[in-house]
Design a protein around this ligand. Structure first.
Ligand SMILES: *[C@@H]1O[C@H](CO)[C@@H](O)[C@H](O)[C@H]1NC(C)=O
Ligand SMILES: *[C@@H]1O[C@H](CO)[C@@H](O)[C@H](O)[C@H]1NC(C)=O
Ligand SMILES: *[C@@H]1O[C@H](CO)[C@@H](O)[C@H](O)[C@H]1NC(C)=O
Ligand SMILES: *[C@@H]1O[C@H](CO)[C@@H](O)[C@H](O)[C@H]1NC(C)=O
Ligand SMILES: *[C@@H]1O[C@H](CO)[C@@H](O)[C@H](O)[C@H]1NC(C)=O
Ligand SMILES: *[C@@H]1O[C@H](CO)[C@@H](O)[C@H](O)[C@H]1NC(C)=O
Ligand SMILES: *[C@@H]1O[C@H](CO)[C@@H](O)[C@H](O)[C@H]1NC(C)=O
Ligand SMILES: *[C@@H]1O[C@H](CO)[C@@H](O)[C@H](O)[C@H]1NC(C)=O
Length: 396
């Protein structure tokens, strides 16, 4: 037999062997799936071939130790797995452009979720609800909510560009061990983490509401860009990494009454409705304080230590720069100091405009020049190219 015939024959034997062996399985038709229905555990991956067409039922299988995947299966219209309780590795679906139903009544635990480009998928039929997951990334789906994802533990949690998403309730998550991020979703998306007490970083863009009533500490960044809410309230938050509020044009009230420590920089810029900044418990900022905008009042009554620079600029602030200058003189503020309560064009420390209506061009030049100092000379690109050649050379 020539190699030409051996290879497909081998592949066919393997497929048959695989099925009876309940290990790695590729599914092209429903009968391929029926062939593994007697396996309560699949020791390996189930891969749905991109040529699969119509509804797929994986009945009988309770556990997959590997992943459940399908890439570019444009004609897969539904996937039902009535007995499946766990997927060991990633539940990975990409480019299933006509998929309307995921029916996983018993699914409880997944190694990870990676769903991308599932535009017709509007809701999940996960009756039991997924409580344990590794990294979760849900991008470009038609989902209107995430009901069925009831996480108690999760790794990275990233929800991007789901333009129909309106509410997310992550009720059972108490301790997030990796970053959580939202961006490019529907502008009226409301995000609720009612029981989240501790976490790493959390970043929010393009949302209309966020609720973090129990949050006490974050070790990473807490950031808000382009949100549509009026009040941000974190009643129990005592400590966070970098804290950023930028371009939130409806934000008028930041309420963090027990915030004591920002373990990084604290930036407020281009939040044009913000009138009063009151941080009555804030003692320590381990980076810079950089507030610019149109706010009127600033109260930082408990400040004891600012390790970085201090930039405070407003168009019509009713605060006293000399009070802050005193903090600089007393060495509470360690870095560069600048303050102007009545600057027509308030800017951030790096020179970009501090107001949404302002232009960033004029003073922006200073930021360009100071920024350029970091990358002076041709060193950076040359190192980059050398590294690429080095890598190529090592592969030869
Ligand atoms: C989906 O079905 C259409 C029409 O039958 C076909 O042209 C297309 O190739 C199929 N797509 C895939 C990925 O098999
Ligand atoms: C949260 O989880 C991390 C990692 O498992 C752990 O180190 C930390 O102690 C937990 N925090 C709380 C408050 O349970
Ligand atoms: C806020 O913190 C206090 C004290 O740690 C705690 O008793 C209270 O339950 C917390 N509130 C929420 C909503 O978690
Ligand atoms: C998200 O907000 C940013 C502002 O931070 C804005 O430039 C962008 O257009 C918004 N994106 C969407 C999809 O609404
Ligand atoms: C800001 O919001 C907090 C929490 O919702 C509220 O208690 C406080 O009264 C508000 N302050 C102003 C000035 O509206
Ligand atoms: C500025 O604040 C003081 C009290 O801190 C107040 O007496 C004064 O009227 C305010 N001025 C303006 C213009 O709002
Ligand atoms: C504040 O900025 C304005 C320009 O808008 C300038 O005229 C004024 O001198 C500045 N005040 C201080 C204290 O630097
Ligand atoms: C300067 O600030 C702008 C907006 O605040 C930011 O996008 C940019 O990354 C900053 N640049 C540097 C060099 O920090």
């Amino acid at each position: 037999m020539s190699l030409k015939y051996i290879l497909p024959a081998l592949a066919a034997t393997q497929a048959v062997f695989a099925a009876s062996d309940c290990s790695d399985t590729k599914i092209k038709t429903q009968s391929d799936a029926d062939g593994i229905n007697s396996c309560s555990t699949i020791k390996g991956d189930i891969t749905i071939d991109k040529s699969y067409s119509g509804d797929l039922s994986l009945s009988g299988i309770e556990k997959i130790t590997g992943g459940l995947k399908c890439s570019q299966g444009a004609n897969v219209s539904s996937i039902t797995a009535s007995s499946l309780t766990s997927i060991g590795k990633v539940f990975d679906l990409e480019g299933l452009t006509t998929l309307t139903l995921l029916d996983f009544a018993e699914l409880d635990s997944v190694g990870g979720i990676n769903w991308d480009a599932l535009p017709k998928l509007q809701s999940l039929s996960f009756a039991k609800g997924v409580t344990k997951a590794g990294d979760v990334s849900i991008t470009n789906t038609g989902l209107t909510d995430l009901n069925g994802i009831q996480l108690q533990t999760v790794g990275l949690f990233s929800i991007q560009n789901n333009r129909d998403l309106k509410t997310i309730n992550i009720n059972n998550l108490k301790n997030a061990t990796d970053s959580i991020s939202f961006s490019g979703n529907y502008d009226t998306l409301e995000v609720n983490f009612p029981n989240l007490g501790t976490g790493k970083g959390m970043t929010f863009q393009n949302i209309s509401a966020v609720s973090l009533p129990s949050l006490e500490t974050l070790t990473g960044q807490l950031g808000f860009w382009g949100t549509k809410f009026e009040t941000f309230s974190a009643p129990n938050l005592t400590k966070t990494g970098d804290l950023i509020f930028k371009n939130n044009d409806k934000l008028s009230n930041i309420s963090m009454p027990v915030l004591k420590t920002v373990d990084g920089g604290f930036t407020i810029a281009r939040d044009d409705d913000l009138n009063i900044i009151s941080l009555s418990s804030l003692q320590r900022v381990n980076g810079a304080i950089d507030f610019s905008g149109t706010f009127n009042k600033v109260s930082l009554g408990a400040l004891k230590d600012v390790a970085g620079a201090f930039n405070m600029q407003s168009t019509h602030g009713n605060f006293s720069c000399s009070d802050f200058k005193k903090l600089k003189n007393e060495d509470v503020i360690k870095g560069k100091f600048s303050c102007n309560a009545t600057n027509d064009n308030p800017t951030t420390a790096n020179g970009t405009s501090g107001t949404g209506s302002g232009t960033s061009s004029g003073s922006g030049s200073s930021s360009t020049s100071s920024g350029a100092a970091f990358f002076n000379g041709a060193n950076v690109p040359v190192v980059g190219i050398a590294a690429v050649f080095g890598a190529l050379a090592s592969m030869l």
